[in-house]
Design a protein around this ligand. Structure first.
Ligand SMILES: *[C@@H]1O[C@H](CO)[C@@H](O)[C@H](O)[C@H]1NC(C)=O
Ligand SMILES: *[C@@H]1O[C@H](CO)[C@@H](O)[C@H](O)[C@H]1NC(C)=O
Ligand SMILES: *[C@@H]1O[C@H](CO)[C@@H](O)[C@H](O)[C@H]1NC(C)=O
Ligand SMILES: *[C@@H]1O[C@H](CO)[C@@H](O)[C@H](O)[C@H]1NC(C)=O
Ligand SMILES: *[C@@H]1O[C@H](CO)[C@@H](O)[C@H](O)[C@H]1NC(C)=O
Ligand SMILES: *[C@@H]1O[C@H](CO)[C@@H](O)[C@H](O)[C@H]1NC(C)=O
Ligand SMILES: [Ca+2]
Length: 533
């Protein structure tokens, strides 16, 4: 009788190992030396790092500040026996403290260690806590995320993910004991999903109901069950999953993340109602967060290492970057592409190629991967040059762009936009050093300034008056180089004319004019004409 469970367990272990072997056996080497008639040569394959326990590398942050219990020390009760309130949380005592890192430690001694929050003493104000997990690296889930709650699972919570190191977030899965009530979403299970909607974000009630705390402490984000939709219930047909990863839009990204966040919105209640008289039994406590995943290296690395506190792909195929997302310098004869799982079982490495090594010897400096033969010119030319390049070999910059002097010809940032000021310049083209051609009166590399003697008003116009040569006369003041503000007795561009009253003005005026004013008037006129050229 005692043998049966043991056998079952052995079988389970065997099955588990088989699964691991299956998931590990594929795409685990990037290259191998094969012998040919011409001697040994390297053969390259699509490759990816092994799955790892990513909890060892995550940076945890909990919010709001002060949510962790123990400062000041606090007593708390359990849900099963609310009158037994002998437990204490005290941040200053190592034995009684419950800091966040206890969610990622390894419990070697068998003693369960956990992070714990303050109790819900401020009820009915909600008890909210965020747990943010950061890796500073794109990762791909390889198995279920599992969060272990001591003292009951939350009745409402959201799992979010970010693909851009926490700049933007999106919900990954909603959890509630009543999905409709909490989120207005009908409750679903992953088993309700099919190949067409496997990437749908669902709300599930499976992990939020009260079942007696000892019964089930885990909340999962089901990865295995989603894989099984393609790979079969025992994940034996991984080829099919990998084929779908290549062909189904959004499938790979669905399992990809750089950060995760748990938003805890309501703790376990242990019943239908919150008992106001005993709020010390409501809190969150998490003993472990498992995140089985692999580094995303775009199928260009078989290893991922932890260097200076960050995960880093050990890029092969002459790629580089944290995720092997670029070709190395000097290997940009073709545009970078991720490796492909297809054709199975070894995939395509899509290696980066050294300049001059592409077929037909049509060099496109990595700005195009297509060449075309033009019959009547008898030349091979690059097609659809990217990165604002143009030319037979994508060796020139498009009009409106100029050559980045500090970049190699195969650099993605080899062409810089001219960025000519639309009003100040004649057109949007520039010379090799980025200088635009300016209209009269405007200047500066981009024609964004007015030359001396000009003022800005939707363009550069010659000054009407200034403080040097075009002085306003007779007490007038120069307003923004645009006009003289004359005193009431004078008028004219530079206030050089006397304003007259009455009918016989003209005669009076002429006789009134002094020689000096006349001379100044003439001078101003001439100056205005001179500067206009
Ligand atoms: C948790 O994160 C969400 C999203 O950024 C934010 O709106 C909320 O205020 C945070 N809650 C706490 C308790 O910090
Ligand atoms: C994130 O990783 C990159 C690349 O490894 C590194 O340059 C950067 O400093 C890291 N950022 C933090 C906050 O550790
Ligand atoms: C997914 O699609 C299946 C049928 O293809 C449907 O029965 C199921 O309700 C859908 N699930 C969700 C969550 O929309
Ligand atoms: C990468 O470049 C090196 C030379 O630096 C070469 O020996 C090697 O074969 C290249 N690897 C691939 C995958 O092209
Ligand atoms: C010019 O190229 C260098 C080297 O790639 C790059 O760091 C720089 O950002 C580029 N300049 C511009 C304006 O794009
Ligand atoms: C570009 O124009 C600027 C300003 O006219 C000039 O100083 C520079 O020498 C020109 N550069 C080239 C390469 O022609
Ligand atoms: Ca722990």
């Amino acid at each position: 009788m005692r043998a049966a469970p043991a056998t079952a367990m052995l079988l389970q272990v065997a099955f588990f190992l088989q699964c691991i072997a299956l998931t590990l056996g594929q795409y685990d080497i990037c290259k191998s030396l094969v012998s040919t008639d011409d001697g040994p040569i390297w053969e390259y394959y699509a490759c990816q790092p092994k799955p790892a326990s990513m909890k060892d590398y995550m940076r945890i942050r909990v919010d709001p500040p002060g949510i962790t219990c123990g400062d000041p020390p606090e007593r708390f009760c359990t849900l099963e026996n609310p009158y037994l309130c002998s437990d204490e949380c005290d941040a200053s005592s190592p034995d009684l403290a419950h800091p966040p890192q206890l969610m990622q430690d390894r419990e070697r001694s068998g003693l369960i260690t956990y992070w714990q929050t303050v109790t819900w003493s401020r009820y009915p104000e909600p008890l909210l806590a965020n747990i943010s997990l950061a890796w500073n690296k794109s990762l791909e889930l390889t198995d279920d995320i599992q969060i272990t709650f001591e003292y009951g699972r939350p009745t409402i919570m959201v799992l979010d993910k970010s693909l851009d190191n926490g700049r933007t977030w999106q919900p990954y899965q909603f959890y509630a004991d009543d999905c409709m009530d909490a989120f207005g979403m009908p409750p679903k299970k992953v088993s309700d999903l099919s190949a067409t909607n496997v990437t749908r974000v669902i709300c599930t009630e499976q992990y939020s109901r009260w079942v007696g705390s000892k019964n089930d402490k885990n909340v999962r984000f089901e990865v295995r069950a989603r894989f099984a939709i393609f790979a079969g219930p025992k994940l034996l047909n991984m080829d099919n999953l990998y084929t779908r990863m290549e062909s189904m839009k959004g499938l790979r990204d669905f399992f990809t993340f750089t950060n995760l966040r748990l938003r805890l919105l309501r703790p376990a209640l242990g019943g239908t109602y919150v008992q106001r008289e005993n709020l010390r039994k409501y809190f969150y406590a998490i003993s472990n967060i498992d995140v089985p995943a692999r580094c995303k290296c775009n199928l260009h690395a078989g290893q991922c290492t932890f260097v200076d506190g960050n995960l880093q792909c050990e890029c092969e195929h002459n790629t580089t970057g944290q995720d092997c997302g670029r070709c190395k310098r000097g290997f940009r004869a073709k545009s970078w592409r991720p490796g492909s799982y297809l054709p199975t079982p070894n995939g395509s490495p899509n290696t980066c190629a050294a300049a001059g090594s592409t077929r037909g010897n049509c060099e496109c400096y990595g700005h195009s991967n297509r060449c075309s033969y033009i019959d009547f010119l008898n030349i091979v030319t690059c097609v659809s040059c990217k990165h604002n390049t143009r030319g037979q070999n994508c060796q020139h910059c498009r009009l409106g762009y100029f050559r980045n002097a500090s970049a190699e010809l195969d650099d993605e940032s080899v062409c810089i936009e001219c960025n000519c000021n639309q009003i100040g310049s004649i057109h949007d083209r520039c010379n090799e050093t980025g200088y635009c051609q300016c209209k009269d009166g405007s200047g500066g590399p981009k024609c964004e300034d007015c030359l001396p003697g000009y003022y800005w008003k939707q363009g550069c116009f010659p000054n009407v008056c200034d403080d040097e040569l075009l002085l306003c006369q007779n007490g007038g003041t120069c307003n923004q180089n645009q006009k003289c503000l004359c005193t009431p007795e004078f008028r004219g561009v530079l206030c050089e004319q006397v304003r007259c009253e009455g009918g016989d003005c003209d005669a009076a005026c002429t006789s009134y004019l002094s020689i000096a004013t006349l001379l100044l008037c003439l001078l101003a006129n001439q100056l205005a004409q001179l500067t206009a050229y």
